[in-house]
Design a protein around this ligand. Sequence first.
Ligand code: TXA
Ligand code: MG
Length: 353
Amino acid sequence: MPRPLPEILRIEWPPGQPAPPAATDATLDRAAEVLRRGGLVAVPTETVYGLAANALDELAVEGIFRAKGRPATNPLIVHVADAEMARSLAADWPQAAEAITRELWPGPVTVVVPREERVPLIVTAGGDTVALRCPGHPLARRLIERAGIPLAAPSGNRSERLSPTTAHHVLAGLGNRIDLILDAGPCERGIESTVVDCTTCPPQILRPGPLSRDDLEKVVGPLARRPEDAASTAALARSPGLQARHYAPATPLEMPADPPGRVAQLLAAGHRVGWLVLVADDRSRELAASRDLVAVPMPVDPAGYARQLFATLHALDQRQLDRIVVDPPPAEEAWQAVRDRLTRAARGPGARP
Ligand code: TXA
Ligand code: MG
């Protein structure tokens, strides 16, 4: 018998309230019980939806890899309720980890630190470091507290596909492979956390994210500019997420130097085209009249753009388009995380050589 689709349970915590409504707490307790028994629960965070399991239960974590089709060589982030829980999972607590977690947690930044022995090796892909994050989303933290266990949680998508920023994205991607989906509406940040390796000197960013290099340097001082500057370059090999194709829509995506020219060319060749527009000008407005073009104006600030990015790509993937064209974002530091996701998407499964 095929497994049924997971239930989607709505949870909420209205701003200004000291505690969530009783119904939400009851739902969180139910989800906590599923997790303690080794089940898989999709959980909202401020970045993207995660697919969570008990980080200390090897079999449960195996279930995450199976549901996602994720290679065993790609380690998972462990989510904690607070810095104290984080320290209990670390064999050593580098100064950089102390500074980042004190100043920026809870929030969209993950620290990589030496692994304490009770963290199963399947979580760290056999490595001697572990990635830890205390989510900014109050409902995610409340779930971890009520479960009383750290939660291993990668993004809740099939491997190499777009990260989910709504409960519906999780359902569409993972469906009956998981036990339960908690729905708290769309994610505030929209892209995955910044990952910082705190085991090197100076520390280094392994994955750009919502907190920028500047945000981090204010707290920890200068970070490695290039991998060669960090004491250990093994870190790069340890973060396969950095090298793999990732975050890709099913529709081939490209980021050409002259987007209006490229869109016109594709339309002339009879293709149906989606276009993420950052710079609207006469040429783009003229093209927008075409029946075969779906042009989406994107927010012109990096945080707003990040919030919309995956949702826009998920939506365009539903439109049976031949190609998605993206205006290249500005070269500034503040756009780095968005540029990173788009560059990977352009290398995605549908990409042409
Ligand atoms: O915002 C986020 O970080 C989301 C939400 C759900 O918290 N999670 C997420 O997980 O993006 P995932 O598995 O999709 O990405 C984890 C990234 C990967 O690039 C992985 O290679 C890296 O973190 N990573 C995990 N453990 C690591 C470790 N011990 N050393 C180096 N990189 C690590
Ligand atoms: Mg992911």
